[in-house]
Every structure is written in C-alpha cells, then in structure tokens.
Design a protein around this ligand. Structure first.
Ligand SMILES: C[S@@+](CC[C@H](N)C(=O)[O-])C[C@H]1O[C@@H](n2cnc3c(N)ncnc32)[C@H](O)[C@@H]1O
Length: 234
C-alpha cells in the first residue's frame, strides 16, 4: 500500500471492507466477499437474461424505472456512498409498498444493488464480455483542477475493465453529463480505446428516464451532453 493513498484509494480500501450486494425485493445483504470471482450472472440472478450495470446509481431513480420497464433484463446498480444506497433501498421499498410486487412479471427480482466501488467491482467480479450495457449518468466531474485526477474516466484500470467486460457483440456504454469540459475529456479518453467506437445516435432507448441529477439540472436549464459507445469484437 502506498504511504499516502489518494482520495480514490481511500474509498477503495473502505468500500472493499464493507462491500455488499443487496437484493432489492428481500432486502437481504450479502458481503461481496462471499461471491465467487468472477460472478456467474446466470447463477447469481437465476436466469440467463442480459445484464446491464449502472455505475454511480445515486438515489436509484434510473435503476427503479429501467428495471420495472425491462423485467427480462438483469440490473445492477453500483454505488459507493452508503447514504445513496440507503436512499435507493427506501425508494424501492416505498414503490413496493405502494404498488406491490408483481410476482408474475417478477418485478424487481431482476435488480441488485452493489454497495461498493465500481472499479473494484468491475476489475474483480465482472466476467469478460458479460455486460450488455453500462449506464454512467452524471459521473462526478471533480471541477477543481487539483481534484480532476479523481475522475473515473481518468482511471486506466477502470477503462480497461469497462472494455473487457462489455459484450463484444454490440455491448453499449451510455453516458450523460451536464459538464461540458468533462464530456470532451471523456470522449477524448474513449477515442483512445480501439475496442470501443461511438455510435451515431446519442439516444438510449431509456433516455426518457431521468436520473435525479438530470431532473435537477434540467430544471436549472443546464444543457445535457450524451454519448453512446459500442463494443466491437476486434
Ligand atoms: C453526481 S452523482 C450522479 C448520481 C446519478 N447517476 C444521477 O444522475 O442522479 C455521482 C454518483 O456516483 C457515485 N460514485 C462516484 N464514483 C463511484 C465509484 N467509483 N463507484 C461507485 N459509485 C461511485 C457517487 O457516490 C454518486 O452517487
């Protein structure tokens, strides 16, 4: 371990200790360390449906609406802040209390919340070529110059894991941010990855599902920048 770990290293160390996978329907939390490395999605979800991962799922608005809309897609929301993990659980609980769980369609049996660091989870637990889509909405922009090194898209291990784990048969990466300068940087960094290429459309089929940050920024009149990347086989 380095003597003076930087901010992301500290997060990494803390989250690897308490990391958990939470089943939304049963609220059962299991320590991440109890899962095999890598995780076998089919055994994990009990079905062979495609897997989509939201990184930095915040208060869980996208996760809830998308997983309800697509019951035959398995979703994982990765969030490292405990406060947001708790708020996401509350959001789902309220929804389930109000609308019930539709046992027939299996509503929310397709969702797991990973309270952990995304870089740790991707590099260690996500099998190669196993993710049909990543959703990264409003990643922390770390606007101060001295903090920009914390940006997730600056992390080479993260970029490698993202590329490795996307399905080579057109796995997709959906990105949105209000932060123009970071948006440009993300595009520059992704253009350096030979296995990812930008898709002409900037539309996600679920673009109408606004995240919490998006709702806030749209109200403030900020412009939202989006891009979509696709994984190619070679
Ligand atoms: C600006 S918020 C956006 C939240 C949500 N996507 C939205 O649009 O409402 C960024 C979120 O990413 C989470 N986050 C940042 N880095 C992360 C990492 N390495 N692993 C997991 N979550 C992370 C933060 O805790 C925060 O909740």
């Amino acid at each position: 371990m380095r003597e003076n770990p930087d901010y992301n290293d500290l997060y990494y160390q803390n989250t690897t200790v308490h990391s958990q996978i939470i089943d939304i329907v049963t609220a059962r939390a299991v320590s991440l360390g109890e899962f095999p490395v890598p995780i076998d999605w089919e055994a994990f979800f009990g079905n062979p449906h495609p897997v989509e991962i939201e990184i930095g799922s915040g208060k869980g608005r996208f996760l809830l609406e998308a997983s309800k809309r697509h019951p035959t897609v398995n979703y994982i929301g990765i969030e490292r802040a405990q406060k947001y993990v708790a708020l996401t659980q509350e959001r789902f609980e309220k929804h389930i209390r109000h609308f019930g769980v539709d046992r027939a369609s299996g509503t929310f049996s397709n969702v797991r919340l990973a309270w952990t660091d995304a870089n740790y989870f991707l590099t260690r637990y996500v099998p190669t070529g196993s993710v049909q889509a990543y959703h990264i909405y409003f990643p922390d922009p770390w606007p101060k110059k001295r903090q920009r090194k914390r940006r997730i898209f600056r992390n080479q291990d993260f970029l490698s894991a993202l590329t490795r784990t996307l399905n080579p048969n057109r796995g997709r990466l959906y990105i949105a941010t209000d932060y123009e300068e970071y948006f440009q940087e993300i595009q520059e960094r992704l253009s350096g990855l030979s296995l990812l290429h930008p898709v002409a459309t900037d539309a996600s089929p679920d673009q109408d599902i606004a995240t919490n940050f998006e709702m806030k920024y749209v109200l403030e009149g900020r412009e939202i920048h989006r891009s979509v990347y696709e994984r190619c086989s070679s």
